[in-house]
Design a protein. Structure first.
Length: 290
């Protein structure tokens, strides 16, 4: 276990709930392997208390970065001093670099991480018809990334139909992809992605009707659960290819940790140019993702 000193740098994962979160463990393993005097801790902040949390934590001079998860990804955009191009495009933040001058720089790598994870698993969205469930912070990032990766068509479904429609128009205008808002009917799609929180609890409703999942299609659930979610279990029963949240988690870690100034190359990594030489957080600079 890392020995905390008076000069230990602090990183935090901000969200609620955090019981299935793997990021603190991943970062602490990385810090240990690179001999970095830093720790990452979970910071459970209820949805209504984000402003209060930010107001207090910004006075910490040993805070080097924050990872941001549900339900704060979109609202956290209001609290950063500078928005990386990914955050501006998506309208959400999932990682914040806290620079030595006190400025917070926010970015989001949910989308790039999801696509990288899909490519690792042999589920590249290029030239595929994709149904995306969820147009929130993660869903928005995934929509832009999947479209930029060359999806043939992208249909976006959200409980807020206007939000889905606005996102589809933005994706189409930005990437040229044939993106539209639609229903959660998975029939006729080669890839189905659940980008909602449905599945984090055993009692959650399924995001799609499992009886309509077509054998041979790919079902991706970004919920990072130690056990297969109900959606993935149902998809397996329907003889679909399934992908859980771990590949996306590892994929976004590659990008987010580079943004924070660290090199992270998972064992499955087949693109060694992603990553950078170890450096301190103050030396790290934003970078553009594909």
């Amino acid at each position: 276990m890392h020995s905390v000193t008076g000069s230990t740098r602090l990183y935090g994962l901000v969200g609620d709930p955090l019981r299935t979160a793997k990021s603190p463990q991943l970062l602490n393993q990385l810090f240990a392997s690179q001999g970095v005097d830093a720790v990452c801790v979970p910071l459970m902040v209820p949805a209504g208390d984000l402003a209060l949390f930010v107001g207090g934590v910004r006075i910490l001079r040993n805070l080097s970065g924050l990872l941001v998860t549900m339900p704060h990804k979109q609202r956290m955009l209001d609290f950063v001093d500078e928005q990386h191009s990914t955050a501006r495009q998506v309208g959400a933040v999932n990682v914040i670099r806290c620079d030595d001058d006190g400025r917070w720089v926010g970015a989001t790598f949910d989308g790039a991480g999801c696509v990288l994870g899909m490519q690792w698993e042999g589920n590249d969205p290029a030239n595929k018809s994709v149904l995306l469930i969820g147009a929130g912070g993660a869903g928005s990032a995934i929509a832009f990334a999947v479209a930029a990766a060359g999806a043939r068509t992208l249909t976006i479904c959200d409980i807020d139909e206007r939000r889905a429609d606005d996102l589809a128009h933005a994706v189409a205008a930005t990437t040229g992809c044939n993106a539209v808002a639609g229903q959660s009917d998975p029939r006729g799609f080669e890839i189905v992605i659940n980008a909602t929180a449905l599945g984090m609890n055993a009692s959650d409703a399924l995001p799609v009707n499992p009886e309509w999942l077509e054998p041979g299609s790919v079902v991706v659930d970004i919920v990072n659960s130690p056990e297969p979610t109900r959606l993935l279990r149902a998809a397996s029963t329907r003889r679909c290819r399934t992908q859980d949240g771990r590949p996306m988690h590892e994929g976004q870690a590659v990008h987010a940790l580079r943004f924070l100034g660290f090199e992270y190359v998972p064992e499955r990594m087949s693109t060694p140019h992603i990553g950078s030489s170890p450096m301190s957080a103050k030396d790290a600079t934003p970078f553009a993702t594909t």
